[in-house]
Each structure stands twice: as structure tokens, then as C-alpha cells.
Design a binder for this molecule. Structure first.
Ligand SMILES: NC(=O)c1ccc[n+]([C@@H]2O[C@H](COP(=O)([O-])OP(=O)(O)OC[C@H]3O[C@@H](n4cnc5c(N)ncnc54)[C@H](O)[C@@H]3O)[C@@H](O)[C@H]2O)c1
Length: 327
């Protein structure tokens, strides 16, 4: 099996590539390296931009793929509210160029990185796939719109898709060889790591007046290796002629910001200062997944997502790469 991974130089993409290779699946990465790192890529890398139709079409002319995993996108909800065109263009036009190149190359299987951000403020917890979709950011909206586009490309051209709606990707490779390196960093665990490393004076929590037991937001943290295995299961499902489908990928267990910070302090042994700042716009009190559909249909099960393993793997990566890949 030969798979094209768009965005494979990024955080989740690079971990997924490494896991695909362990399964002896041949992988080619297509990435413009705008947010990705060539050092993270352990397979052939084509540096190219999905917004340039000819660049992605050429890849399909020169290779025969059995399927595509599509990670490439902009993924910062806050930034998407300031620069909506940037997000709609990259996440939609970039994806459309990919789908057209797949049509020309007669490739009819795609696994897509969707997100729990399509649900907005959920009505019920844990969130099931049929929850109403009311994104509260342009980013979440762009992902929901691309799910719709995929539905039409199945109906019109028979391109089968699996949309994986990730909850909070977290943790890093267990051997510390690859890891999360976002600039700017917006995720709680790597920011807490920076505080533990002394790169920040303090950690600032966005509000403690949420409707949760300790007042801080609750999220569902899924280890990046468990996300990677969900992609492998999704590819397997599509290769067995599975119909297009969508799945939540989370643990079902929510942790508050304070619980995360306490675990970071315990694992790192560093008691960094924590201050409480104002709320951030667009944050629901709590969100965690019902992933029973992925378990039943894909046979997927998280194996590395207990909080301690997540934080220990993150600490291993950040301690050995205090400046990310440029360390
Ligand atoms: N990190 C999370 O918690 C999370 C949660 C839900 C969904 N997602 C989705 O998962 C995917 C991967 O997330 P990530 O955290 O690894 O992000 P990332 O920024 O680390 O990786 C995205 C990669 O795509 C590349 N890219 C972006 N636009 C491109 C283009 N036009 N052409 C070619 N390459 C392009 C970037 O250079 C980068 O390497 C994204 O689609 C994101 O929306 C992430």
C-alpha cells in the first residue's frame, strides 16, 4: 500500500507517518513547510503547496497512490477569527485542489483531519457524532465545510472518505525523537512545558469561572500515537470497501486545565507559578468525546492516552528539544 500524507511534516502528520512506516506502508509526504519541519519527516518529502494546483497534480501524475491522509491545513482557532480568508482559502481551496488531483489520478480513498471544533458549544456530554454542528470559529467552520465537500465528492465521483474528528491532540513520540513544535504555540501542554523549562516566567490560565468543578475548562486529551493508529484503522476500513463515515477520536475522559498543570508539575518536578487571566472567547466549559462508534466500527482503542503517559512523553520531547527542531 502506498499513501500520500499532506501536512506530514506537521505535529500529528509526522507521528502518523512514523506509525504507517512501522506497518510497512509506503508513505510520501507533501507539505509546504509553512508550519512543518523537514527534520520530522522520516520518508520521501515533496515540498509543495496545495494552493498551487499544478504542484499537487504533478505528484499524482508521478505516483500511484492507494489512498490519501489529509492533514494540511491552518489550525489556530483564534487566528482564524482575525484572518478568515486565510483559513477558508487554505482549508477549502487547498482541499479542493487535492480532491481534483485525486480525481485525475484515480485515487478514491481519503482520511481527513476534522475536529471537535465543528460542535462548538455542545448541548450534551459526552459528545456523540450526531450532536448539532455549530462551530464558533472560522477554523471549525472550515473543517465542517470540508466534511460537506467530501460528502459531495463521494456522491458525484465515488471518492470515499473517513472524517476523524479529533479532540485535543497531545503527547509526543515515546522515544523523544519527534514531537510538537508549533510557532506560535497555543496548546496547554507544550506551553506548560515551556514554563517548566523556565522559558516562561509563569503559566496563565484563561479564566477560572467556568461551570466545572474547579472552574477551569475541561478537555479530552488524546495521545498523538492513538490518533495515528486511528488513521491506520481508517485506511484499513476504506481499503475493505467501507462506506464514507465520520468518527470522534477522543478518550471520553475530560481533564481540567488545573488538573493538567498539576500533572505537568508532578512529572517535571518543577513548581512554576500559575496566574489566572481573563477568559478566552469561544471556549466551551467542557467538551469530551463519546468515541464508541470508532471502537465498534473501526476496532480502534486508545492505548497511550492516560494523562501521565501523555505528559511524560511530552516532557521527554521538550526536555531534549527545548527549542523544538532547531535545538
Ligand atoms: N492539534 C490538534 O489538537 C488538532 C485537533 C483537531 C484537528 N486538528 C487538525 O489536524 C491537522 C494537523 O494538525 P497539527 O496540529 O499537526 O498541525 P500542524 O500545523 O503541525 O501541521 C499541518 C501541516 O500542514 C502543512 N500545510 C498547511 N497548509 C499547507 C498547504 N497549503 N500545502 C501544503 N502543506 C500545508 C503545514 O506546513 C504543516 O506541516 C490539521 O488539519 C488540524 O486542523 C488538529
Amino acid at each position: 500500500m502506498k499513501v500520500l500524507v499532506t501536512g506530514g511534516a506537521g505535529y500529528i502528520g509526522s507521528h502518523t507517518v512514523a506509525e504507517l512506516q512501522k506497518q510497512n506502508i509506503e508513505v510520501v509526504v507533501f507539505d509546504n513547510l509553512i508550519c512543518g519541519h523537514k527534520e520530522a519527516v522520516t520518508c520521501p518529502l515533496i515540498v509543495g503547496d496545495l494552493l498551487k494546483k499544478d504542484e499537487i497534480k504533478k505528484v499524482f501524475k508521478e505516483n500511484k497512490f492507494d489512498g490519501v491522509i489529509h492533514f494540511a491545513a491552518y489550525a489556530l482557532a483564534g487566528e482564524s477569527m482575525k484572518e478568515p480568508a486565510k483559513y477558508f482559502e487554505n482549508n477549502l481551496q487547498g482541499g479542493l485542489n487535492l480532491l481534483e488531483a485525486m480525481r485525475e489520478g484515480e485515487v478514491n480513498k481519503i482520511v481527513f483531519s476534522s475536529t471537535c471544533a465543528i460542535y462548538g458549544y455542545p448541548d450534551k456530554l459526552p459528545v456523540i457524532e450526531e450532536e448539532s454542528k455549530k462551530p464558533v470559529s472560522v477554523y471549525g467552520e472550515s473543517k465542517l465545510m470540508f466534511e460537506t465537500i467530501l460528502r459531495w465528492y463521494d456522491q458525484l465521483f465515488g471518492i470515499k472518505n473517513v472524517c476523524l474528528r479529533y479532540f485535543n491532540a497531545s503527547g509526543d513520540s515515546l522515544d523523544g525523537s519527534i514531537g510538537e513544535d508549533h510557532k506560535p504555540e497555543t496548546h496547554i501542554i507544550p506551553i506548560a512545558m515551556q514554563a517548566a523549562l523556565g522559558q516562561r516566567e509563569k503559566f496563565s490560565i484563561f479564566g477560572e469561572d467556568y461551570n466545572t468543578p474547579d472552574g477551569t475548562c475541561i478537555r479530552d486529551y488524546i495521545h498523538v500515537l492513538d490518533l495515528a493508529s486511528a488513521h491506520i484503522k481508517a485506511l484499513d476500513y476504506l481499503s475493505k470497501e467501507g462506506e464514507s463515515n465520520y468518527f470522534n477520536v477522543g478518550t471520553g475522559q475530560g481533564y481540567s486545565n488545573k488538573e493538567i498543570l498539576n500533572m505537568v508539575k508532578e512529572v517535571t518536578g518543577v513548581d512554576f507559578p500559575v496566574e489566572v487571566g481573563p477568559r478566552r472567547e469561544g471556549d466551551p466549559d467542557a467538551i469530551f468525546a463519546d468515541s464508541s462508534k470508532a471502537k465498534t466500527v473501526l476496532g480502534w482503542e486508545p492505548k497511550h492516552s492516560d494523562l501521565k503517559t501523555i505528559i511524560e512523553s511530552a516532557w521527554k520531547w521538550h526536555k531534549s528539544h527545548p527549542k523544538g527542531y532547531s535545538s
